[in-house]
Write a protein that binds this ligand. Structure first.
Ligand code: BTN
Length: 242
């Protein structure tokens, strides 16, 4: 896949959105930046990454054929692709924290921000942004965060990782998008933190809940079995403690 390297941009997701708007007929492409001045996390948060040490990149995948009502299929395929690449370089104890944070030994190593372009009832193109902590070794005041280097003591080439991730995502999306959603979800559940296990969750009000993840819905809601009922939550509505 073609790649674009930039030194500084506001956000690689925003960069690709602009690029796509101006090059509608382009092939799939990924962009990596040494520095983002306004890196975006999920739910309007900011994604911080030390300049030049971590992977901040986004992939544009076109000609996707996934129903919007099953949009979680794409999210699951991307998270599983990141795990596949990290497993291939022997990073141990990888898990997904719903919806698509990647954890290594219960520390966040990667975050994913997917922005879809829909046509009618289908996802047609997607901008898949990935932040992967790579060669940064210290994360001040972030005890639940880690990096490839912190885990293995090795240095990694960011461009090699970006190429592997982009190609693995592209291959898996095209190969698996027509698999039944249940098949994709089964693979996702195998890696999902808290799946069929008792865990504690926090509501925005500060209230704690104890529950068991029984499923994730096709559009990506978390289904928790609570003491007396089953309930579904959107990403803004609940936080899993770990
Ligand atoms: C999260 O866990 O909150 C998602 C973080 C996603 C960060 C990546 S870094 C590259 C791409 N560009 C952005 O602005 N965000 C994503």
């Amino acid at each position: 896949m073609r790649s674009i390297k930039v030194h500084t941009t506001n956000s690689t997701n925003l960069f690709l959105r602009g690029y796509y708007r101006n090059h509608k007929a382009c092939d799939n492409v990924y962009v990596l930046a040494e520095k983002q001045t306004a890196g975006k996390g999920q739910m309007g948060t900011v994604w911080y990454a030390e300049e030049g040490k971590n992977l901040t990149f986004s992939v544009l995948i076109k000609e996707i054929d996934i129903l919007l009502e099953e949009q979680f299929k794409l999210s699951a395929l991307v998270a599983l692709s990141v795990i596949e690449v990290l497993e291939a370089i022997e990073i141990p104890k990888l898990q997904i924290k719903w919806p698509n944070d990647i954890l290594a030994d219960k520390h966040k190593i990667s975050g994913i921000l997917i922005e879809n372009v829909a046509v009618g009832a289908k996802i047609n193109a997607s901008i898949i942004g990935i932040g992967l902590n790579v060669n940064q070794l210290l994360f001040a005041n972030l005890p639940k965060v880690t990096s490839l280097g912190a885990i293995t003591g090795k240095q990694y080439d960011l461009e090699v990782l970006a190429e592997k991730l982009a190609n693995t995502i592209e291959t898996n999306v095209y190969k698996k998008q027509k698999q039944p959603l249940g098949t994709v979800l089964d693979a996702y559940y195998q890696k999902l933190l808290g799946y069929k296990k008792v865990a504690t969750y926090k509501l925005p009000s500060g209230e704690s809940l104890v529950g068991i993840i029984t499923k994730v819905t096709p559009s990506g809601f978390l289904n928790l079995a609570l003491e007396t009922q089953e309930k579904q939550f959107a990403i803004k509505e609940i936080k899993q403690l770990y």
